[in-house]
Design a protein around this ligand. Sequence first.
Ligand SMILES: [Zn+2]
Length: 195
Amino acid sequence: MQRWLWVKQLMSRNTLVVFLSLVFVTGSYAADLPLIITTKHTILMFNTEEDMATFNDSIKYEAASSLASIFSTPSSSDVRKEVIRKVDLLFEKAQLILDMRKPMNKVTVRMHSNEVQLQESFKKLYQQGGNLRGWYFFDNNTVYLNVKDVHEGMLAHELGHAIIDNFLSVRPPRATAEILAQYVDAHLFEELRKY
Ligand SMILES: [Zn+2]
């Protein structure tokens, strides 16, 4: 009897887990609809406004500052504007550093709320566990990151991968792409050399 109850509980727990994973992956349930922001170069997906604010605080790249924002709490539309501005600036800087400028499809940037969610996404994509803090997946042109563990260098690096893999008519070997992407985050704050 007790054993049966335990099995029943386990089953319902698994059902819940499956349901929650579905919500997370598809985002098609109203309560868990991700926040989608389309920028000039990207489509940003956050789970919540709070995640967007956390992300905004972590990305330090020429944040728009005004007297008003010092004396008052920024509204969510201010945060949104800053996020859009910073992400597009970073994207364009990565393009400049690589000298790979041409129109390309908007890159989706899927922001996860925590490490567990990020690793769940990894498992779904690669059918194995991983411990990456972020990555770019070519097949769906999507960058995967965790809002609690991100900084401007990481974002520029992963956007760099998207630019590198889509610029050349043949995708470069992985090692070559990694060297180029690392070059982007290493030189993010430097003046650009003219070629
Ligand atoms: Zn990389």
